[in-house]
Design a protein around this ligand. Structure first.
Ligand code: 76R
Length: 280
């Protein structure tokens, strides 16, 4: 193939990386209405805790996606619930079920975050786009769409356990939403796809060094919530969050293109400990 043909095939690569999606995710941050809670007689508190911890215990074990409760540090809320579910409908059900229990009267949402677990496939996207271009298959033609769909289907199968993970059991959680910069000067979305792939590859190499210490779940929220991604990190030592995120700040894709929302740090509270959390 001539060089000119290769260049024009490359120049025609579509810009959007392929993604595969798994569980729908809802983070719910809540404040406890302590004054109202304290007014309740102990026996009433116990009934309410039993009802809530039964529901939460069932959600922790869910076969179609699990939930977990965290006690939040600081003023941004007292509790954070994280729900993984197979659809938005199932998330909606989880949210309603909780709201309908009596403990719902003592919880006030402070914020929430809706997203879906996402794996960005920069590497296989570029391979697939290039091979289709070399075969002269027009982007977005029926044949192209079919080939893309079969790449996606293969990846969904290979990555199934990462798209539908069990809730990690670690003691600490760090959640924050983020964007890629779309400034006048530095704009992630105007970089050529191959440059974005190079930077994401470097990002992944740094991340992988922390593989044994931190579990990361990236969820996409473009079109669903106020930021573009949710980052949920799980670890047994909270210092690991600081070290990993600090190290990533020096990586090009974070140093130049990452913008962050609020950070929420919590401690896992199993359903069986809910009574301790609320009543000491
Ligand atoms: O998932 C993979 O292993 C493939 C490589 C990979 C992708 C595609 C990866 C690896 N991430 C990917 C995508 Mn990540 N990640 C963050 C943050 O604090 C910051 O500076 C940024 C917040 C952390 C801490 C982190 C950790 N990652 C993404 C995306 C989507 C961007 C896109 O598609 O354009 C975002 C926003 C993002 C942000 N990343 C890893 C980690 C870690 C620890 C890894 C290695 C995981 C492992 O291999 O086990």
């Amino acid at each position: 193939m001539s060089i000119a043909r290769t260049i024009s095939a490359t120049a025609a690569l579509p810009e959007v990386p392929l993604t595969i999606e798994g569980y729908s995710v809802l983070h719910q941050m809540m404040r406890i209405r302590w004054p109202a809670w304290r007014e309740l007689p102990e026996s009433k508190q116990r009934e309410i805790v039993d009802e809530a911890s039964n529901l939460l215990a069932a959600m922790e074990q869910g076969s179609g996606g699990q939930s977990a409760l965290y006690s939040l540090l600081g003023h941004k809320g007292d509790l954070m619930l994280v729900h993984f579910r197979e659809s938005f409908d199932a998330l909606n059900q989880a949210e309603l079920e909780l709201a309908r229990t009596r403990i719902g009267d003592y919880l006030e949402p402070t914020t929430s975050y809706l997203s879906v677990i996402e794996l960005g496939l920069y590497e296989s996207t570029i391979k697939t786009y290039k091979s289709l271009a070399e075969r002269g298959i027009e982007p977005h033609s029926d044949e192209w769409k079919q080939e893309i769909e079969s790449t996606l289907a293969r990846q969904r199968e290979a990555m199934h356990s990462r798209l539908y993970p069990p809730m990690p059991a670690h003691r600490y959680i760090s959640f924050y939403p983020m964007d890629r910069r779309r400034g006048e000067d530095k704009n992630w979305y105007t970089l050529p796809i191959e440059e974005r792939q190079r930077q994401m590859n470097e990002h992944g190499l740094i991340g992988r060094r922390y593989a044994g210490e931190v579990k990361q779940i990236i969820s996409g929220s473009i079109g669903f919530d106020d930021w573009e991604w949710g980052v949920t990190l799980f670890a047994d030592d909270p210092l690991v969050f600081k070290k990993l995120i600090y190290e990533m700040r020096f990586d090009e894709v974070s140093a130049v293109y990452a913008l962050f929302g609020h950070f929420y740090i919590g401690l896992r509270c199993p359903a069986s400990d809910l009574g301790k959390l609320l009543s000491g």
